[in-house]
Design a protein around this ligand. Structure first.
Ligand SMILES: Cc1cc2nc3c(=O)[nH]c(=O)nc-3n(C[C@H](O)[C@H](O)[C@H](O)COP(=O)(O)OP(=O)(O)OC[C@H]3O[C@@H](n4cnc5c(N)ncnc54)[C@H](O)[C@@H]3O)c2cc1C
Length: 492
């Protein structure tokens, strides 16, 4: 590999989330000596699972889904050999209270018209709603609008959207995808979500769901790194670093010297790690512009089936998505390595202790997801469970007759950064003022919202920078976007 080095350069990767893991895997494969520092006892960061102490169940911190357009994430899955652990769905079911379903999926028509027939048939919207939505989508089709500082809600109002179109279509899609209320979302990110998921192609918009707990998925990245002479050090929190002319010193209990370092931690964690010198000031100032938004997952175990659906989008209520986990996880539930939570991270887990038999045989396990769940943060576990059960009964009447066997509420209070108008000006590139120190993380300048794809993009981008500075001028880890199909090829 790098001719000018007497031995392979040593790289510290701080953070075992998707950004750190993707950077570490790419660098280990290219011949760097990689050491990952992860403060928790397991991998995956904000996309992880753990064995819940009170219920004894392995739960994801929250259901994670991906789309076909997540090219870097999919390449990462192939790299670590877990691509077959994702199940793909072309159709989404939108349920109204009362249970009426609108099923949206692709047709034989070329993009961007491929979902039009299903959309025209959907009973959850009336004709004026559909005409308004079609006009706004047409405005987003030719070119991705730039961030002008205007919120997407203001843009929608300027583009003549009906209240029902805003509530049942725009909010439903965007709040889940961006984890923020649309009055606080930039036009650019909203447009990106709509273009990638609804307009570009049928394959870009299909939804992937992991069939194993998240940590089982991302543990494979640890195996990949170890198989390439790398190392993953758990329960190892990096407190600070010092950049020196030819090396980077890391302080994590003791002191260790590296040729390069990639910091792949959330922005608030980075603030705590940055050296207390004036060199850090501009980055500190940049980071003070970020805010976060919460996501709440409500995990319910019933003594019987409450629906045949594997997942559904829920309209007009607090709960936004239903994932039928016992169907989606298949038979491989909890047979892998799993981790125990309670590590002081900003995740609040509250549980209703086992009230009967576990969910085997006839029972079912359902997770309800509420993105941008600001209204739930102050509510108690019991209030959230009561609200969820009452709303669930409106969509799935069978749940009213089912016995709740156990339940857990997981509030991720600082789930993701808020993609507010103007935020791109503050999202840093991987390079820093310290030539051997690089940044990664879903909040850095990836052009993507806070997603697993954004995190992997940031990891590959940081790894690319390390490799190039180390002398591999042509190193390239980032994967191209999916090509547009049909008429969308005209617009790109
Ligand atoms: C509830 C929830 C639901 C989500 N749903 C989806 C979804 O459906 N689809 C999707 O694409 N994305 C989703 N996301 C977003 C996605 O999980 C994140 O964008 C992505 O996982 C971020 O990865 P990361 O590596 O940038 O950061 P993180 O995952 O936060 O990783 C950072 C790691 O650094 C470690 N760390 C922090 N400080 C230190 C330190 N000092 N020393 C050592 N280690 C440290 C942390 O423990 C962590 O493991 C969701 C996020 C949440 C929270």
């Amino acid at each position: 590999m790098m001719q000018q080095w007497t031995q392979a350069p040593k790289v510290a990767v701080v953070g075992g989330g998707l950004a750190g893991l993707s950077a570490a895997c790419a660098l280990a494969e290219t011949g760097f000596r990689v050491k990952v520092f992860e403060r928790r006892p397991y991998l995956g960061g904000r996309a992880s699972s753990f064995q819940h102490p009170a219920t004894g169940e392995v739960v994801d911190n929250c259901q994670h889904v991906l789309l076909g357009c997540c090219t870097n994430l999919l390449e990462f899955y192939e790299r670590i050999g877990v691509q077959d652990k994702i199940r793909w769905f072309d159709h989404l079911t939108f349920l109204e209270p009362g249970g009426r379903a609108s099923v949206i999926g692709p047709s034989f028509l070329p993009p961007p018209l491929h979902t039009a027939p299903a959309f025209l048939r959907a009973p959850c919207l009336n004709l004026p709603d559909k005409v308004a939505i079609a006009a706004a989508l047409a405005a987003l089709t030719p070119i991705k609008p730039r961030d002008t500082g205007e919120s997407f809600l203001a843009w929608l109002r300027r583009h003549g959207q009906t209240e029902r179109a805003i509530e049942r279509f725009w909010k439903t899609v965007l709040v889940s995808a961006l984890n923020e209320d649309i009055e606080h979302v930039s036009i650019e990110y909203a447009a990106q979500v709509m273009r990638e998921s609804f307009l570009k192609s049928a394959s870009a918009g299909r939804m992937g769901v992991p069939t194993v707990p998240l940590t089982e998925l991302y543990d494979k990245a640890g195996d990949y790194i170890s198989a390439r002479a790398g190392e993953v050090q758990f329960r190892s929190s990096v407190d600070s670093f010092r950049a020196e002319p030819g090396s980077v010193k890391l302080f994590a209990g003791g002191e260790e010297q590296f040729d390069f370092a990639v910091f792949a931690v959330p922005f608030d964690a980075l603030l705590r790690i940055l050296p207390q010198t004036s060199a850090s000031d501009p980055l500190r100032q940049t980071l003070s512009n970020f805010n976060t938004s919460p996501i709440t997952g409500i995990h319910l175990w019933f003594d019987r089936q409450i629906s045949d659906l594997e997942h559904a989008v829920l309209l007009d209520r607090t709960i936004q998505w239903m994932f039928h986990k016992s169907k989606l996880l298949g038979r491989s539930r909890s047979n892998g390595k799993s981790a125990v939570g309670g590590d002081g991270s900003p995740v609040s887990v509250t549980t209703n202790k086992d009230q009967g038999s576990a969910v085997d045989g006839q029972g079912s396990y359902v997770e309800l997801v509420v993105s941008s769940s600001k209204t739930l943060i102050e509510k108690s576990r019991q209030e959230i469970i009561d609200l969820a059960l009452s709303e669930l009964g409106e969509f799935f009447p069978e749940s009213r007759h089912a016995k709740l066997v156990k339940s857990t509420v997981i509030k991720e209070v600082h789930a993701t950064y808020s993609p507010k108008p103007g935020i791109d000006a503050y999202r840093p590139r991987p390079e820093t003022v310290w030539p051997r120190v690089f940044l990664a993380g879903d909040w850095t300048a990836t052009g993507w919202p806070a997603t697993m794809e954004g995190a992997v993009r940031s990891g590959y981008a940081a790894a690319q920078c390390v490799a190039r500075v180390a002398g591999q001028r042509k190193a390239a880890f980032l994967v191209p976007d999916l090509p547009a199909k049909g008429f969308m090829r005209i617009f790109g």
